[in-house]
Structure formats: structure tokens, C-alpha cells
Design a protein around this ligand. Sequence first.
Ligand SMILES: [Zn+2]
Length: 145
Amino acid sequence: MRKILISTAIVFAIAANVGIGNANEVLTNTDLQMTVLKQVLDLMNEEFDSTKPLPKIVDVTTLSNDYFMDTWGFEVIFKETPVNHYHWTDNTIALQPNADIDNLAHEYTHYVQDHYQGYDFADKSDPYALDYTETEAITIQNNFK
Ligand SMILES: [Zn+2]
């Protein structure tokens, strides 16, 4: 518990430095992104492993419909309402232009589930596992609000 409180305090300090009105630093500041990832790992009791590939972080509105079809097969959904999400097929975190740190933390949780904890997001046979991964992501995200 003490560890979580310390991490949360650091996040608030970072949030105060995120620029408003300019390019969204959640999308562009790699130092900020790495700090958030390490805090997410800490909350998930995982150690940072520099040998694991980092996810690409992109503005979801810059992705083409072909990309969505190729990676998810959800062209229509994302065309109408682009949402924050983690693509396990190509290790990409796609965020809305106005995404905040907590949104990044949510998607990093899915990245850690995939790359550190061995969840297979392609396997839909266990709905409880999918529920768990989303519940955990929301729980981690709430530490950053
Ligand atoms: Zn999620």
C-alpha cells in the first residue's frame, strides 16, 4: 500500500508538467511515457525489462481504416468513434488526441499483461480472463486520476 501511495504522488507531480494547448505530451514525451510505464509495472509487481519491445504510441485519429481492418477487423467501429486501445497484434497503443496520463496507464496495463504476464488476447475461449484483464486495467488507471 505504501508503494502505491508513493507512485501516485509521483504521477501527480508529472501531471502538473503536462502542457495544455500544445501537442499532447502523453502522446509525444517519451520520458513521460517511460515514467508512466515504470509506475504501471510497479503497481503490477513487475520489473522493467529492457529486452522487451516497447509499444509504439500513436494518435488514434491518424490511423487508417485499412490499419484497423488489418489489426482488429473493426473498421466501422473505429471509423465512427476512435477509442483508446492497445493492439496486441502489432504492439501499438493508440490514444485519442486529448488522452490523459490515466488513459496511457490503462493501455500500458494491457501491454504488460501481454508482454510480461503472458495473456493471450487472441484467445476468446475464457471470458473470465478477458474480464479480469479489463478490470485490472481500470484499477491501475484509477491510480493515475
Ligand atoms: Zn482496457
